[in-house]
Design a protein. Sequence first.
Length: 358
Amino acid sequence: MADEKVMEQKTYDDAAIAAEFQQKRQKQIQEDCAKPFDPDALLEVRHLRKCFPIEKTLTGKVTRELVAVDDISFKLYPGETLGIVGESGCGKTTAGRAILKLHQPTGGQIIFNGQDITHFNSSQMRDIRKQMQIIFQDPYSSLPPRDTVGGILSEPVEVHKIVPKDQVKEHVLALMEKCGLRDYYFERYPHEFSGGQRQRICIARALAVDPKLIICDEPVSALDVSIQAQIINLLKQLQREMGLSYVFISHDLSVVKFISDKIGVMYLGAMMEFGTKEDIFREPLHPYTKALFSAVPNPDPTVKMDRIKLEGDIPSPANPPKGCRFHTRCPYAKEVCKHVPPEYKEHAPGHFAACHLL
């Protein structure tokens, strides 16, 4: 029996499998990137990839790299919220920054409002910046300490010439009121505010240029639970009033369930599962998604939690496992999972997953 198992394992040629997978993926990327843009989508991401160099030769050639975001695709329509969830270090924030072109993408396509902005330079992105904004995770370090609230909110309005100069203060005061900030905060400095108030200032700064898309990079993770609810409700209210679209990055599944229309689950830089909120929560397909959802606490003490515990640590994105990148921690992993990367495909209308078990 032992000899048979050894022979079975030797049938997998990892190098040949990896080469075949890359060839097939490159062909798929070429086909998808040649397709016409979706006229109804505000944001369309096709096979987005972002790598950071780790080692270089003396001539500058990259010999080793960290793949932070590896081949993710999705569409976001006006007024929708896409929640991106996953453990710390899975590439959620890097994906959001790459969409905004704060990191230059290594590969793939980013189509915003009918324009392919993948290779836009800083001057070409200037007008696009008005339509794409970000709310950072830490409200304490993301505000300049030497400027007043009025100065922080007025600067983007003046730079992008949103309103005439004599109307800037009036515009900013109206924006502050919309975000739940008193008018006498205009002359105050960031250190005079609590975390929740600072995050409201960050939201107002993002809204100052009248954007269509906002990347919310864990905007409530640094706040108390009661304040989190206020900020989430504010974001929902602003979305209804202004028709905003959000990419909401978080590791708090209960928050994501409340605010999102679609959900993407990331692990080690790759999209493990993607679908509508209803599909993902009603019938999660991927073992990683099931493990994440089993960790969500239930306030009902009579309900017995069926917790799926993942053993081991997350592998290094600089040296991801062969085959399925989740197989080192998956309780259902088979031999094929250790060698052959699973195909990311549609298993139900609008419900995608990458797993050999499906």
